[in-house]
Design a protein around this ligand. Structure first.
Ligand code: SIN
Length: 527
């Protein structure tokens, strides 16, 4: 059995920040990574993170919390939580500067004075994005992982998958606890190497398990983004909101048979054009005023409609207008390497792209300190819904939100844990595997994933309708029962746990999308 003051589930920007801050404050911390430390969705973020912008030489403020808040609210389509937006706009950029730049020394691109050189991005009123070429997330993740590894107060567990949150009364041995409020005291963790399930007892637990992009056929997320934290919070009865709001990124590289890879929107910001197979630009039909710089949902729908009308599996992104203005090798080395690995030469030909599921704007509802509706449980990052993103997310806000809520959740958890004793471990049931557990067949798991991913892509994707959502709910509902039955009789494996998370999250998305008949932000209903 493992014990800690603070259990952090997930090791991207939110999880690592929470772990570092809690350990700085003197708490004993266990940080759980599903893969090796360093492999997380944070590492795949290309664009950047909003940082503080110094005043100009004549003392003029170039950015203000009010201006940032207003950009976030416009993207969020009237559904943002104003308080959360204000908090992010006021506290986020200075924290980015102090923690990532000054303390962790993330190598952001710099100006002549050696300070971060903020860049512009579509829908941001002023240049305020700190970036490290076109691989900002990776630079941040490397710095965070190194800080976590060297912190004496943090124990890192790698290759562990969340099985269930440890809750009283669900896992209590004492039936009289049924009268108590549901309280989280840690988690059951599957060790992918040994196959054992450990009980980890903690005074406070934070979910920082990231998003669920892998539920969609086309996604910019890695295969580990299977919604494990959201599904576990759902099983424990936490409040979950806004699951219909899945943000699609307009441009991911389309190579048949290969996973999609993000092609940052900074490319369109720098002048890249979207064209069809004949090389014709088409955005004038859909957004004549803003063309390729229209909001993400508008560009994604335009591409979707273009593909549907032409019957083609993709459209193309022409980087040659960018190459005419700046050196692609210097500014987008990562993108150039990604394309060339697929034998594509962006300086000579447009590259094939499709929209892809990118970011989950809903999640486990949290307050300004990351507290969920369940005592003992906090959440931060993509798994959480702070209300900052509303119905659609402004680019480069997600890393900042993970950073700020990871930091704040750590402070609140340590304060709460101070007055607590861990409950007795023998008050909880150990994990019991099913008798005569069946081995899982990887082919069957892959088949079920194909069904989930194609169903969500086709029926709950960029464009949704009553008929499609009804059909999807029936199909996914049937699959849910089958997977649930199988889960109860099978030997645990990472892939089985992820499949169980995936089917639960698919149901949550479909239910929310079906119930919400209003098109808003990234939830678009043709009916
Ligand atoms: C991008 O680089 O296009 C993605 C940035 C973001 O999603 O915030």
């Amino acid at each position: 059995m493992l014990t800690a003051d603070i259990l952090v589930l997930g090791a991207g920007i939110a999880g690592c920040t929470a772990a570092i801050r809690a350990a700085d404050l003197g708490a004993s911390v266990i940080l759980v990574a599903k893969d090796a430390l360093g492999e997380s969705n944070t590492g795949y973020a290309q664009g950047g993170i909003i940082g503080s912008v110094p005043e100009s030489a004549n003392g003029e403020k170039r950015d203000t919390p009010e201006l940032l808040a207003s950009d976030i609210e416009s993207a969020g389509a009237g559904l943002c939580n104003d308080e959360a937006v204000r908090l992010l706009a006021e506290q986020g950029p200075p924290l980015c500067h102090e923690f990532l730049w000054e303390r962790l020394q993330v190598p952001f691109d710099q100006d002549a004075s050696g300070e971060p050189d903020p860049t512009a991005e579509a829908a941001h009123s002023v240049p305020r994005i700190y970036h490290a070429k076109d691989a900002t997330g990776l630079a941040i993740q490397l710095a965070l992982s190194a800080a976590v590894r060297s912190h004496p107060g943090i124990t890192v567990l790698e290759g562990r998958v969340l099985v269930d949150l440890l809750t009283d009364p669900h896992h209590s041995r004492d039936p009289r606890h049924v009268y108590d409020p549901i309280t989280v005291w840690g988690a059951y963790l599957f060790d992918a190497k040994t196959g054992a399930v450990d009980l980890c007892l903690a005074k406070r637990t934070v979910l920082a398990t990231g998003g669920l992009g892998y539920l969609y056929l086309h996604t910019t997320n890695p295969a580990g983004a299977t919604g494990d934290g959201l599904a576990a919070a759902y099983r424990a009865n936490a409040r979950i909101v806004n699951c219909e709001y899945i943000q699609f990124h307009p441009t991911s590289l389309f190579v048949p048979g290969k996973p999609r890879t993000l092609l940052t929107e900074a490319l369109r910001g720098e002048g890249a054009h979207l064209v069809n197979r004949k090389g014709q630009r088409f955005m004038s039909k859909y957004a004549p005023e803003h063309m390729e710089l229209a909001p993400r949902d508008v560009v994604s729908r335009a591409i979707f409609q273009e593909m549907a009308a032409s019957g083609e599996p993709c459209v193309y992104l022409d980087l040659r207008p960018v190459a005419a203005r700046l050196d692609l090798e210097t500014h987008f080395p990562n993108i150039m390497a990604i394309c060339r690995a697929e034998d594509l030469e962006p300086t000579r030909q447009p590259v094939p792209v499709v929209p892809a599921a990118h970011y989950f704007c809903g999640g486990v509802l949290v307050d300004l300190h990351g507290r969920t509706s369940l005592p003992g449980l906090f959440a931060a990052g993509e798994v959480a819904c702070t209300g900052v993103h509303g119905a659609n997310r402004l680019a480069s806000t997600s890393l900042l939100e993970g950073l700020l809520w990871g930091h704040r959740a750590a402070e609140a958890m340590v304060a709460e844990a101070g007055g607590l004793a861990l409950p007795a471990a023998d008050g909880f049931a150990p994990w019991t595997p099913p008798e005569h557990a069946e081995a899982t067949d990887p082919l069957l798991i892959e088949q079920d994933w194909n069904l989930i991913r194609t169903t969500l892509w086709n029926y709950a994707g960029i464009v949704r309708s009553k008929a499609r959502l009804e059909q999807a709910r029936e199909d996914v509902g049937y699959l849910y029962h089958r997977i649930d039955r199988f889960y109860r009789s099978a030997a645990l494996s990472r892939s089985l746990l992820e499949l169980r998370s995936g089917i639960i999250c698919a149901r949550l998305i479909l239910k929310a999308a079906q119930m919400n008949k209003e098109s808003r932000g990234c939830h678009y209903r043709v009916d």
